[in-house]
Design a protein around this ligand. Structure first.
Ligand code: PLP
Length: 422
């Protein structure tokens, strides 16, 4: 069995290997389903760590990739360029929030953030100004590399490395009714006049437990940054490509970011790739005869043509009107579910942002990533052939957009069954 062979040779991410040694061996993916080696089919209600947009093994994406594989599989991206990278940049830039004019490719969400941090710090040093502080929001998660960890909440994820992380200021999360606290804290920091950049997960903090806040507050954060000449990094790694309703979470704002980080849904969940998009003004600060003003950052697989082709194919599907209709349909079903569980005292803080539905399960203990009911809740859904990976006692749905009403209904009724049992 795959499961047993795996135990001999694999070390899994985010997995306490002694406590959770069992891995389900997946042999096939099709639409919203993942099929294991015993023929069980699981609904992938979380899009496999939030990456899959259009269903697994999508035939359209597959055909584009197989064609590209026979044209150009990879080439160095310094001194050379290629059609998929240029075309993806040409097509994406006009869709992004703000005035994005350049695309910098990397490998994943963490590197997209890492690049944005480096761009922000070097932007100011290239301009001869000493702005070196970074500001983030409490609860933030921006990835697992050292820069990305530094701008993330200090937590059990970062604990062994905290001493090595650089100093970042965190402002309070803008809970409903307490938005002013975050705004005041941000303004106080910006007033010191040494803030290089502010980074935020727009509208939804994913890993913190799908914590949601309103666009007016995001707008107010961004406006303050502009007022104090501080760069804005919008980390749309999770929220991008329609998750929050609009194509990008920052799309409706009047104040645009200076950098946008993308990954996850970028390739429809097919291949790893990251993007840091930026403005002409940012780019111009590096455009110089002095080679010391160069952004010396890159990865061997930067702008891999197959990954870029996956990005293009996924974008075709995302921009198709059926995709938008599906996103609206999912949001409408979530709202019906939320109305149907009003008064269920086992489900607290039921919240929706576009296609994302989240809620806290009342377990008698505090809502937290280390809530002891986590494994019980995970198993409950796996037993019902639903992949729904709780963040502690917080459960959420972030399904591929092709999920049917019947499949959603099946998941909703499993959630209601859970509340009867827990
Ligand atoms: C908002 C956000 N930024 C960055 C990352 C890191 O992305 P990756 O896991 O691809 O490194 C994540 C991953 O969950 C994320 O949610």
């Amino acid at each position: 069995m795959l499961r047993d062979r795996d135990k001999e040779v694999i070390w899994h991410p985010y997995t306490p290997m002694k406590l959770r040694p069992e891995s389900i061996g997946i042999v096939k993916g099709e639409g919203v389903y993942l099929e294991d080696e015993q023929g069980n089919r699981y609904i992938d209600a979380i899009s496999s760590w939030w990456v899959n947009l259009h269903g697994h093994s999508h035939p359209y994406i597959a055909s584009k990739l197989s064609e590209q594989l026979t044209i150009l599989e990879h080439c160095i991206f310094a001194g050379f360029t290629h059609e998929p990278a240029v075309m993806l940049a040409e097509r994406l830039l006009p869709l992004l929030p703000g005035e994005m004019k350049k695309i910098f490719y990397s490998d994943n969400g963490s590197t997209a953030v890492e690049v944005a941090i480096k761009m922000a710090l070097q932007y100011w040093s290239n301009k001869g100004q000493r702005k070196q502080k970074l500001v983030a929001i409490e609860g933030a998660y921006h990835g697992d590399t050292f820069g990305a960890m530094s701008v993330s909440e200090r937590s059990i994820f970062t604990e062994p490395f905290n001493e090595k992380l650089f100093d970042v200021s965190f402002i309070p999360f803008p809970e409903t009714g307490r938005e002013d606290e975050g705004l005041r804290a941000l303004e106080a920091l910006l007033n010191e006049n040494n803030v290089a950049a502010f980074i935020a997960e727009p509208l939804v903090q994913g890993t913190a437990g799908m914590r949601m806040y309103n666009p007016e507050t995001l707008e107010a954060f961004f406006r303050l940054c502009k007022q104090y000449d501080t760069l804005i990094i919008a980390d749309e790694v999770m929220t991008g490509f329609g998750r929050t309703g609009a194509l990008f979470a920052c799309n409706g704002l009047e104040t645009g970011p200076d950098m946008v980080c993308l990954s996850k849904g970028l390739t429809g969940g097919t291949l790893p790739m990251g993007i840091t998009a930026t403005t002409q003004e940012m780019y111009d600060a590096f455009y110089d005869d002095d080679i010391l003003k160069t952004l010396y950052h890159g990865h061997s697989y930067t702008a891999n043509p197959i990954a870029c082709t996956a990005g293009l194919a996924s974008l075709d599907l995302t921009l198709d009107e059926t995709c938008e209709a599906n996103r609206k349909r999912i949001e409408a079903r979530h709202r019906e579910f939320a109305a149907s569980v009003k008064g269920n005292n086992k489900l607290k803080n039921v919240r929706i942002q576009g296609t994302i539905l989240a809620m806290d399960i009342e377990t008698g203990a505090a809502t937290s990533y280390t809530n002891t009911q986590r494994d019980i809740i995970y198993k409950f859904f796996i037993d019902r052939k639903i992949l729904l990976r709780p963040l502690g006692n917080i459960i959420y749905l972030m399904p591929p957009y092709c999920i049917s009403d019947a499949e959603l209904e099946y998941i909703y009724s499993a959630i209601k069954e859970l509340t009867d049992k827990i």
